[in-house]
Design a protein around this ligand. Structure first.
Ligand code: TMP
Length: 208
């Protein structure tokens, strides 16, 4: 049985990762590919518990950036061991909404050094690096305008633009460092065009 493909989806808040994944599932199934959709932090019962603890700590409590990085990696270890690697071994394609690049982008922006983050990544991810990472990219101010026009208000607006700009820059730097793995797709295009761009990158992967 050939190993499945591991595809991760990255980008700032509100870039449309979930919409893209929802569009890709039927398109890949039409190609005869069996897919598993999952997310980080989360994807297993234990990792989902960690997600809750990491993203919604009890009132008046806040994780330090390093503790946050450790929680993300603890969740990731469980996810890899119980869900991602077994699925890939069974020949399934794994579509994962966020993965280790989110730790690089978010936890480095919060102050954890990239060398520490990469050490964690090596220990946890090991050889299970994504075959393809699709990075949905847009200027945060354009996304905010788009979301405001659609009457969406959430924590995205609560955080400063500088934070979102730093996250965007961090993802673009990852794409520049690892162009063979990463494809940057403009998130401001119509949904069908985002999907078409993603399928082009995925089809190129199949040909490798
Ligand atoms: P989302 O799945 O709704 O985008 O939210 C997940 C949040 O968790 C998002 O703000 C990014 C953050 N996150 C990290 O800070 N580090 C990580 O390693 C991952 C996977 C997510």
């Amino acid at each position: 049985m050939a190993r499945g493909r591991f595809i991760t989806f990255e980008g700032g808040e509100g870039t449309g990762k979930s919409t893209l994944i929802a569009g890709l599932v039927p398109a890949l199934r039409d190609r005869g590919i069996s897919v598993v959709v999952t997310r980080e932090p989360g994807g297993t019962p234990l990792a989902e518990k960690i997600r809750e603890l990491a993203l919604n700590p009890p009132d008046d409590h806040e994780w330090s950036p390093l503790a946050h990085a450790l929680l993300m990696n603890a969740a990731r270890e469980d996810h890899l061991v119980r869900q991602i690697r077994p699925a890939l071994d069974r020949g399934l394609w794994v579509l994962c909404d966020r993965f280790a690049d989110s730790s690089r982008a978010y936890q480095s922006t919060q102050g954890v050094s990239m060398s520490v983050l990469k050490q964690f990544e090596r220990a946890v991810v090991g050889d299970t690096t994504p075959d393809l990472t699709l990075i949905l990219d847009a200027a945060p101010e354009d996304l905010a305008a788009r979301r405001m026009a659609r009457d969406i208000t959430d924590v995205f607006e609560a955080k400063g633009m500088e934070f979102h700009q730093n996250i965007r820059n961090a993802f673009l730097a990852i794409a520049k460092d690892e162009p063979n793995r990463c494809t940057v797709i403009s998130a401001l295009q119509p949904v069908e065009d985002v999907l078409a761009n993603a399928l082009t990158a995925i089809d190129a992967l199949g040909a490798q």
